[in-house]
Design a protein around this ligand. Structure first.
Ligand code: NAP
Length: 295
């Protein structure tokens, strides 16, 4: 069997078009969804993520209030800015790019964000609501994975899912979403990590494997059942002298070999990655609709 590719770029582009239409409809009612973006410091990776988010907003008609602050910004100044955004009716979502400089307490900052504007879904109130199965802003990468599965017609209900990784931003939330009694849940989920005794024994019985370990070739072909669905969240740099920048990006899955056994597989790049920003836009539009009591 050769797997079909789940084209994350295409699905993300389709969702962005749908969001663009929704934003245009909101504009007819004089509502412009707004995202407050805060970057502290000059970390090159953070600058490129934030720039991509700002551009994505612009492309679909979301107003983005961009705040690029110097690295020596104090915690008090940052909290003051977030409080202003909390009160600003033009802002429906607040994004604080992580990581923050060492002198700032990240959890204190995230706690300051109004949970109703927490479009990253990192506030403990939103995490608690998600766990309790209540309506909440869902964190963007796992929410993007759910959309990829749904739009690829993968049956989640009743499926054996093995999640490799237990981080707060990917492993734990995706596992949690998949066990909910909901139209994107009802799966039987196993979470694996570095203390798991026999990773392959778990992955071999999985209908769906979600690899979020951050290590190349964590999932090899012998660890995969015929016909399994493979979602590769990992983004790893591998030295590659043939590339101008000296490296290439790979996921956590041995893509070429696993593709021969799986039924569906996400590539890296071009799989989960494009969905993450899309879900940030999605949450921002949802927040604007909630703020104006629009279904
Ligand atoms: P993380 O915080 O480093 O967590 C990695 C998890 O994987 C940990 O729970 C770790 O176990 C587990 N793990 C590592 N090696 C393992 C192994 N050999 N066997 C079993 N478990 C193993 O990483 P993260 O933030 O969740 O990110 C994971 C990957 O996804 C990274 O490559 C990251 O760049 C990528 N990512 C991509 C996107 C996107 O939008 N495409 C978004 C977020 C993250 P322990 O807990 O025991 O240490």
């Amino acid at each position: 069997m050769t797997a079909k590719i789940i084209d994350g770029k295409l699905i993300a582009a389709q969702m962005r078009e749908e969001l663009k239409t929704q934003v245009a409809k909101l504009k007819e009612k004089n509502i412009v969804p707004g995202l407050g973006v805060i970057l502290v410091g000059q970390d090159p990776a953070s600058i490129s993520y934030v720039t991509a988010k700002e551009r994505a907003c612009e492309n679909i008609g979301i107003y983005s209030d961009d705040n690029h602050l110097p690295a020596d910004t104090s915690q008090a100044e940052l909290i003051e800015l977030i409080k202003k955004m909390n009160e600003d009716p033009k802002i429906n979502g607040i994004l604080v790019q992580l990581p923050l400089p060492d002198h700032i307490d990240e959890s204190q900052v995230l706690l300051t964000i109004n949970p109703q504007k927490d479009v990253d879904g990192f506030h403990p109130i939103n995490i608690g609501k998600m766990v309790a199965g209540e309506k909440a802003f869902l964190p963007c990468t796992p929410h993007g994975i759910i959309k990829l599965l749904q739009r690829s017609n993968v049956k989640i209900e009743g499926a054996e899912v093995v999640v490799v990784g237990r981080s707060n931003i990917v492993g734990k939330p995706i596992a949690n979403m998949l066990i909910q009694k909901s139209d994107f849940g009802n799966a039987t989920v196993t979470i694996c990590h570095t203390r798991t005794r026999d990773l392959a024994a778990h992955t071999r019985r999985a209908d769906i494997i979600i690899a979020a370990a951050g290590r190349p070739a964590t999932i090899t072909a012998d660890m995969v059942k015929d016909g399994a669905v493979i979602i590769d969240v990992g983004v790893n740099r591998i030295e590659d002298a043939s590339k101008k920048r000296g490296y290439r990006l790979v996921g956590d899955v041995d893509f070429e070999a696993v593709k021969q056994k799986a039924s569906l597989i996400t590539p890296v790049p071009g799989g989960v990655g494009p969905m993450t920003i899309t879900m940030l836009l999605y949450n921002t539009v949802e927040s604007a609709k909630i703020a104006h009591s629009i279904e």
